[in-house]
Design a protein around this ligand. Structure first.
Ligand SMILES: [Mn+2]
Length: 284
């Protein structure tokens, strides 16, 4: 089934990592032809590729499809993120039919103006408090056990009072969860400061559509975990799409997915996400 839309916004594809869901992205791109295609950062994961390159043939196909859309008249704008920040120094350049920009203002069909930006500029955790996010990764139970040892140690050392490590950690993890809201708020604040109607960003891998103090906040999510994107319909209406895959009957040219195909799909789910990606997840 094809859903013709005005614009497609995707971010955090992380090509070059094992966790990248390129096959599913290809299905989605096929199902949503558009006039505008906005790539909002972390499309290629150069950080992870510094350690190990996990470049599947499907990753090439993604690149080919994007180039093809540009060649066939789609406006394609690439806004680099922190994992592909090397491309930021080429902002303002066009690579063939693809423009590279630090940020972009997109005017929707209804006249609303949206700021397009990856978002790492607004990420206080990655900027200042990486340890907070790391703490969020540690199991709560492990902390409770560690706390038992710690209070034993305090007793042995005759340190008075009770101090709960787990309680401390829980407060910090809460702070890390609150980080998502802080991120959304500061992105929205900047959008309002620029007198724009809304913002489409990525970076925190958390697809959302919210209204924050009169600003439309939209986040594309990612293609490593949630498989989500933002689309703009022809009337300017914006929508979060959570791609669940193609419906079973999808034309004569392709066979209906048999058990082998389904099994292959199931095994394509990332069991151990790439380190670079999980680092970002921790960062929020
Ligand atoms: Mn990012």
């Amino acid at each position: 089934m094809t859903h013709r839309v005005r614009s497609v916004f995707i971010s955090d594809v992380h090509l070059g990592t094992r966790a990248c869901q390129a096959e599913r992205l290809l299905e989605f791109l096929r199902a949503y032809p558009s006039e505008h295609l906005f790539l909002i950062g972390d499309i290629v994961d150069f950080w992870a590729m510094n350690r190990s390159v996990q470049w599947a043939p499907s990753h090439n196909t993604v690149v080919q499809k994007v180039l093809r859309r540009a060649r066939h008249g789609d406006t394609v704008v690439f806004i680099p993120g922190n994992h592909d920040e090397a491309l930021r120094e080429h902002a303002g350049t066009a690579f063939g039919d693809i423009r590279v920009e630090l940020e972009w203002v997109h005017t929707a069909a209804d006249g609303r103006r949206y700021l397009l930006v990856h978002g790492d500029q607004f990420d206080q955790v990655t900027l200042h408090h990486r340890w907070l996010a790391v703490l969020g990764d540690m199991g709560y139970n492990a902390l409770v056990r560690a706390n038992l040892w710690l209070s034993w140690l305090r007793r042995v050392l005759r340190i008075p009072g009770y101090w709960s490590l787990a309680g401390y950690a829980k407060r910090k993890v809460k702070t890390a969860v609150g980080f998502i809201f802080d991120f959304e708020d500061s992105v929205a604040r900047e959008t309002r400061r620029r007198q724009l109607d809304g913002v489409v960003c990525g970076h925190i891998h958390w697809a959302t559509e919210r209204e924050i103090d009169g600003v439309r906040y939209l986040n594309c999510g990612d293609w490593v975990d949630s498989c989500s994107a933002i689309v703009e319909h022809h009337d300017g209406r914006m929508e979060v799409v959570h791609w669940k895959g193609e419906p079973v009957s999808r034309g004569r040219d392709l066979p209906a997915p048999g058990p082998a195909m389904i099994a292959r799909r199931a095994s394509a789910t990332p069991d151990s996400p790439d380190e670079g990606w999980s680092r970002e997840r921790r960062a929020g």
